[in-house]
Design a protein around this ligand. Structure first.
Ligand code: NDP
Length: 334
């Protein structure tokens, strides 16, 4: 693959210009561009510029409101409902996190329920923003079905991601951010392209039979949750939090509402924040840090999030797929 070198700031500008040229106002373009460039900065390229053509498709089809103005409604001292105004999630998240942080810092616990918004990114930005305020964060969302529940023969769940961040004052937080699918769809596609098998448990074929044939999964088959029925239970919980508690679309409902433009699907996001200072009291940071230090000191263990944090320290340009950059430049000149 031919690549070009772009600094994080150039990546941001490339994304921002493309979003602006396709109907985003300044605040929406900036927020989405920050999410995209921070993914590239952290080496999470599956949620960086690679997503931009999808963002543009949903602006051009009129599905997403590029001039969205999120509004917040306080349901109680601990619960905030945020209407994303049919915009991309990054602006809604940036608007809602300070409100959530204030609620959780006062009450010990707070929830942010984002409705009417389109999530097309990784979830670590929102939970890390809470950890940066010394709060524990947990976030989850859903999109459209592509994963079969344990025992089923057809898709019902999206790949339902969940992220968790635990603050460690003075150093990077502990963060995991993962889909509940056994393997990302992109990885299965790569295996299919290379003629390689995938482990049993990754997917089923179009007839619903378990298979190691990556091509059969790609050709009308479906992904499976990680860990069999246990992952299926976590994916169920995510649907119930992001749609049931938030009051937005379950994955199968979001599919019915979608216009198939290849961009993100409408959906809800559930974000929980907790204040360890209030809940555990003084000494929480040292106590938890000792635990995490013991964990990371074990042979063979690395903490989730450390790969991204190591990438984040790199100051040089990032290698970006040259063909993708050309596509984005074309999209910026509609
Ligand atoms: P991965 O399987 O690559 O990683 C999941 C988590 O495990 C990460 O926190 C990662 O940390 C950690 N990890 C990976 N390897 C190790 C290891 N050897 N030891 C310890 N920890 C490890 O991610 P997924 O493919 O499941 O998901 C990728 C992204 O896709 C996520 O950001 C998710 O939010 C996003 N997503 C978004 C959706 C949406 O609708 N918006 C839908 C589905 C997924 P590290 O990053 O440091 O490697």
């Amino acid at each position: 693959m031919a690549t070009v070198q772009l600094t994080v700031s150039e990546i941001h500008d490339l994304a921002r210009n493309c979003l602006s040229a396709n109907g985003c106002d300044d605040s929406n373009a900036d927020a989405a561009a920050r999410t995209i460039s921070s993914a590239e900065r952290d080496g999470a390229s599956s949620h960086g510029l690679f997503r931009l053509p999808g963002y543009v498709a949903s602006l051009r089809s009129g599905k997403v409101n590029g001039a969205a103005q999120p509004t917040a409604h306080r349901l109680s001292r601990a619960a905030i409902r945020l209407d994303g105004d049919r915009g991309f999630a990054p602006l809604a998240i940036e608007y809602g996190i300070p409100l959530l942080a204030a609620a959780a810092s006062e009450m010990g616990v707070g929830v942010l329920l984002i409705r009417n918004s389109f999530h097309f990114a990784a979830l670590w930005p929102e939970v890390e923003a809470l950890a940066a305020r010394n709060l524990v964060g947990l976030a989850c969302t859903a999109h459209t079905p592509m994963m079969a529940p344990y025992g089923a023969k057809r898709a019902f769940f999206s790949t339902n991601p969940i992220a968790f961040a635990y603050p460690r004052p003075g150093t990077d937080p502990y963060v995991f951010d993962m889909a509940t699918a056994a393997k990302a769809r992109g990885d299965v596609r790569v295996a299919a392209r290379d003629g390689k098998p995938v482990p049993l448990g990754v997917g089923i074929d179009a007839a619903g039979n378990p298979t190691t044939d990556a091509q059969a999964i790609v050709d009308g088959g479906f992904l499976l949750p990680f860990g069999g029925y246990k992952g299926s239970a976590i994916a169920t919980m995510i649907e119930l939090l992001a749609a049931g508690v938030v009051g937005d679309f379950f994955s199968y409902e979001a599919a019915d509402a979608d216009n198939g433009d290849g961009g993100p699907a409408i959906g809800g996001e559930f974000i929980l924040a907790m204040s360890p200072e209030l809940l555990a009291g003084a000494g929480w940071a040292d106590h938890s840090n000792t635990f995490l230090h013991e964990l990371e000191s074990m042979e063979g263990v690395r903490l989730a999030g450390q790969r991204r944090f190591a990438n984040r320290t790199l100051t040089g340009p990032r290698e970006i797929d040259a063909e993708l950059v050309d596509t984005i430049r074309d999209l910026a000149n509609p």
